[in-house]
Design a protein around this ligand. Structure first.
Ligand code: FE
Ligand code: FE
Ligand code: FE
Length: 170
């Protein structure tokens, strides 16, 4: 951001800023997921997080393609929202001892991240369509679908971990 001038003047500028924001966010997610995988206990949760880590790497490559199509150098801009969500999950999971409760905390943190991604990609898809970039919209839509599917899978895992906790308590 410029100190003396406003850098975002047009919708295209705002769209590019949104791309840079999610590019940074995806990169932070690839750093955060291995830590959650290490903490998780439930086998399905571990497998799901690992699969999404691989998917996230492909999503970054997909964003590289989007930047290429726009003839822009792929670059990120700091996203305080994702930093906050990751930090919050790190803090909460650090406070939990019980394994089923820890899994539930991990799922909740991961879902917060997916929801952030769903809202950002949703906006970017809509803007890309409006700004006359159907190919870019199509690429972003693929990622949006993956984030939604991940969120759905996490909802099922949330139920599993909470059930495991309830059964252990019986
Ligand atoms: Fe993602
Ligand atoms: Fe952001
Ligand atoms: Fe995701």
């Amino acid at each position: 951001m410029g100190l003396f001038t406003k850098d975002i003047k047009t919708m295209d500028d705002l769209f590019l800023h949104g791309l840079q924001d999610i590019y940074y966010a995806e990169q932070q997610i690839t750093k955060a997921l291995p830590k959650l995988i290490e903490k998780a206990t439930n086998r399905d949760l571990i497998a799901g997080l690992k699969a999404h880590l691989e998917e996230t790497n492909k999503q970054i490559e997909r964003l590289d393609k989007v930047f290429l199509k726009l003839e822009k150098k792929p670059s990120g801009t700091q996203c305080p929202a994702i930093d906050g969500l990751i930090k919050e999950t790190d803090e909460v999971t650090g406070e939990v001892d019980d394994k089923a409760v820890l899994d539930a905390a991990i799922v909740a943190g991961a879902q917060a991240v997916e929801h952030y991604e769903i809202c950002r990609y949703g906006t970017l898809v809509a803007w890309a369509q409006k700004l006359g970039m159907p190919e870019v919209a199509g690429l972003l839509e693929q990622t949006l679908a993956e984030e939604k599917a991940t969120d759905k899978a996490l909802s099922a895992l949330a139920e599993q971990s909470v059930n495991a906790y309830a059964e252990a308590a019986e």
